[in-house]
Design a protein around this ligand. Structure first.
Ligand code: ATP
Length: 271
């Protein structure tokens, strides 16, 4: 696994199950995210993608399974302690404070922050337009600008792992492209990224490894170059998979064509 995906895992999710009341949103999800990787989670509405990121960030409590950062179990840590350990979430919908200024929203990211290279100046250098507009209220910013502020806020916590939930939601394609063009710089600064994206082609462009989630299970995982459109379509919609439950391994990891059932991070496809 590690030679295929770039090194030992920085983040490991092991057989994670999460319920929202009676509804089981995740069913034994496992993944390994090596340091310096960008991995993407794709899947239809309601597949469980946001639940996965939010559970890693500590916003939902798993009913089973564990989450390890650099080998240490985070599963019982409160969200703010996970931020201090190096996990930062850019949530779906940005979640800025509209009545606070751009800079005040960024500074929210300093709460529970780790020491590290990211500070206001560095964020302003990354997003050239921000410095001059730091006193504007968040409500006055466009959707793309708000997304940039949400990313800047997460960077100010000096994360090791950045969780990006639906960056492209509601944004024009040109704006989305501009935001995704930043990822190589973020990786070069030492970050590791797990992103959720409904735009499959966007996910395939930026990620070195893609997981497809269907009804709470990973039904396909692999390097984009190794996955065919037919495989992705099948995994995404559950076509030919017995509603997505037949080809995932019993523990919810991927049944990969070239690996044993449940071998996480192995390039493969639904048979
Ligand atoms: P989307 O792209 O629509 O955000 P998703 O793949 O991110 O979908 P989740 O938001 O994780 O999916 O939702 C998975 C399932 O859990 C859905 O059936 C959703 O309705 C349900 N769900 C999510 N959050 C909650 C919650 N806080 N309370 C109850 N049910 C929830």
């Amino acid at each position: 696994m590690s030679e295929l995906t770039g090194g030992p895992p920085l983040l490991q999710v092991r057989r994670l199950s999460v319920h929202h009341g009676q509804l089981q949103a995740l069913r034994g999800v496992s993944l390994s995210l090596p340091a310096g990787n960008v991995q993407a989670m794709i899947g239809a509405n309601g597949a469980g993608k946001s639940t996965l990121l939010r559970t890693i960030a500590g916003l939902h409590r798993p009913t089973a399974g564990s989450i390890l950062l650099d080998g240490s179990d985070l599963s019982r840590m409160r969200p703010e302690r996970r931020v201090a350990a190096g996990i930062a979430l850019v949530p779906e919908g940005r979640r800025l404070f509209p009545s606070l200024t751009l800079q005040e929203n960024l500074l929210v990211g300093r709460t529970s922050a780790r020491p590290g290279p990211w500070n206001l100046d560095r964020v302003y250098d990354l997003f050239g337009w921000m410095r001059d507009r730091r006193s504007q209220h968040a409500a006055q910013l466009s959707g793309g600008e708000q997304q940039a502020v949400a990313i800047g806020r997460a960077l100010l916590s000096n994360p090791r792992v950045l969780l990006l939930d639906e960056l492209s939601l509601g944004l024009a394609p040109v704006v989305v492209r501009r935001i995704y063009d930043l990822l190589p710089q973020l990786i070069a600064s030492g970050l590791t990224i797990l992103l959720v994206e409904q735009d499959v082609s966007q996910a395939m462009r930026v990620a070195s490894w893609v997981h497809c989630l269907l009804e709470g299970r990973i039904t396909l995982a692999g390097a984009p170059a190794d996955l065919t459109p037919a495989q992705i379509e099948g995994a995404y919609f559950g076509i030919g998979t017995g509603n997505g439950n037949g080809n995932g391994a019993p523990d919810g990891t991927t049944a990969a064509a070239s690996g044993r059932p449940g071998s996480e991070g192995t390039p493969g496809a639904i048979a």
